[in-house]
Design a protein around this ligand. Structure first.
Ligand code: GDP
Ligand code: IMO
Ligand code: MG
Length: 447
């Protein structure tokens, strides 16, 4: 069986967690391949809301094995906390049994968090992501496989703490990393996770050879990609399909399906240009924020909101070659008289159809919109009823006509079929295309 990929098609928080939760029951593996606990992936099922930062969202399917892949940066303390929360909720401790951490994944240490706290430009999540990737690129960072090896080497540990302290002082941070503390941290990580640390690339390769289905779970979104996003207002990893297999330690030929998750509008959290941004104080921008509960899952910061940016969406399609789009949070737009889609930008008097490479230029872009009729607001129960109705046959075709034409226009602009539409946070609040990849049986499961 091949591998499938789920990716954020915008600036993150598109609803990847919900999509993974829906696909996980038919997958034997769910793998995170980049990023760390800057991610916040929400799953709502059976009255319970789960917020995953490191654990793959496929954890909800008990038969699904979980991997934190080699492309990740992993904060062991956050992982420990998330595992405790999961154990409290379900009684299960999956580490070493169905949860495995790549030996090659980079370790986030307190130093990285401290260093990240000095960021003033990007508006990072402050979780140490950029500094941990920087250490990896400089080839001085520790990977999980290195920890056991370094524990007996006090001189090396002292040198590492010296380097960390020198770096902290360059950004005006007085706090020091003491070598004894660093050694005791490393020793705790070694003892806590040694059961789960594995060569996960070969594990996945063998699983694929046995015909098992692998689900690759993206974090962040295409516009936050270090190479292809709105640099420097991006995260520090490659968030796109090209890295999905590499960050899992398998080859790209395994991928056969790639789903791009996009909201029916746009949000962004943190700094950086956002051409279709609206005011959070009133009008449609306020509705998106209030009805959509647009607050960061990781940091709680208000998300900025705006109309659907199809220029950015097409850019992400160019990078990822989606085989299907999942359009989420359509319900949030209910009751607006007019919906807008940005189909090109105006940059200094010229109309352009791509995202400029320079964020300064992107900040000067004004959106060129087309207008679409709105549709009535429904409450959560009514949307779920509509979703249930759609499962009896018809799928997306059974939706009311203004919704269908909004979705058809997205398909026309991107050239990608819409395979599922989100009409509420709950796992059952989705309308899937009949016979498509998201046309799956979902229970109201409790955990
Ligand atoms: P992720 O990072 O891509 O997994 O997305 P987040 O979990 O950070 O943010 C998505 C938010 O929207 C979460 O609060 C979800 O529960 C919620 N959500 C997902 N799909 C829908 C939908 O179709 N409608 C509504 N109203 N909420 C949704
Ligand atoms: P999920 O997986 C939304 C943003 C931060 C900041 C920039 C860099 O839940 O979609 P970082 O801490 O990564 O160095 O911050 O990227 N950012 C996200 N925005 N969703 C995310 O993850 C994000 N992860 C990072 O707000 O602007
Ligand atoms: Mg999120």
């Amino acid at each position: 069986m091949p591998a499938r990929v789920v990716l954020g098609a915008q600036w993150g928080d598109e609803g990847k967690g919900k999509a993974i939760d829906q696909l996980a029951p038919n997958s034997q593996w769910a793998v995170r391949f980049q990023g760390g606990n800057n991610a916040g992936h929400t799953i709502v099922a059976g009255g319970t809301t789960l917020k995953m930062h490191l654990l793959p969202s496929g954890i909800t399917a008990r038969d699904c094995n979980l991997v934190l892949g080699c492309g990740m940066v992993v904060d062991p303390w956050v992982l420990d906390r998330e595992l405790s929360e999961w154990a409290e909720l379900t009684g299960e401790s999956p580490e070493g049994k169905r949860l495995f951490i790549s030996e090659r994944a980079a370790v986030i240490l307190p130093f990285h968090r401290l260093y990240d706290s000095a960021d003033e430009l990007v508006g990072t999540t402050g979780r140490g992501i950029g500094p941990a990737y920087r250490d990896r690129t400089e080839r001085v960072g520790l990977r999980f496989v290195d920890i056991g090896l370094i524990l007996g080497r006090d001189t090396e540990i002292a040198e590492i703490s010296e380097r960390m302290n020198a770096q902290l002082s360059t950004v005006g941070i007085e706090e020091k990393i003491e070598p004894e503390q660093l050694k005791s941290d490393l020793s705790w990580i070694h003892q806590r996770f040694s059961e789960a640390i594995r060569a996960t690339g070969p594990m996945l390769d063998k699983a694929l050879a046995r015909g098992e289905q692998v689900l690759l779970e993206g974090a962040q979104g295409a516009m936050l990609d270090i190479d292809q996003g709105t640099y420097p207002f991006v995260t520090s990893s490659i968030t796109c399909r090209a890295n999905a297999t590499h960050g899992a330690g398998i080859h790209p030929g395994h991928i056969d399906q790639c789903y791009g998750i996009t909201k029916a509008y746009t949000t962004r959290v943190g700094n950086g240009p956002f051409p279709t941004e609206l005011s959070l104080e009133d009008g449609p921008g306020k509705q998106m924020s209030v009805v959509g509960h647009e607050f960061g899952t990781t940091t709680g910061r208000p998300r900025r909101t705006g109309w659907l940016d199809a220029v950015a969406l097409n850019e992400s399609q160019r990078l990822n070659g989606y085989t299907g789009l999942v359009v989420t949070k359509l319900d949030v737009l209910g009751g607006l008289e007019e919906l807008k889609i940005c189909t090109s930008y105006n940059l200094d008097g010229d109309e352009i159809d791509h995202v400029p490479s320079s964020s300064e230029e992107l900040a000067r872009c004004t959106p060129v919109y087309e207008s679409h009729p709105g549709f009535p607001a429904l409450d959560e129960e009514e949307w779920i009823e509509m979703a249930e109705e759609s499962r009896k046959g018809g799928g997306i075709d059974s939706l009311p006509s203004p919704i269908r034409s909004y979705l058809s226009r997205i398909e026309e602009i991107t050239g990608v079929p819409v395979v599922s539409v989100g009409v509420g946070p709950d796992r059952l609040a989705s309308v899937a295309s009949a016979g498509g990849p998201f046309d799956v049986e979902m229970s109201e499961a409790t955990f």
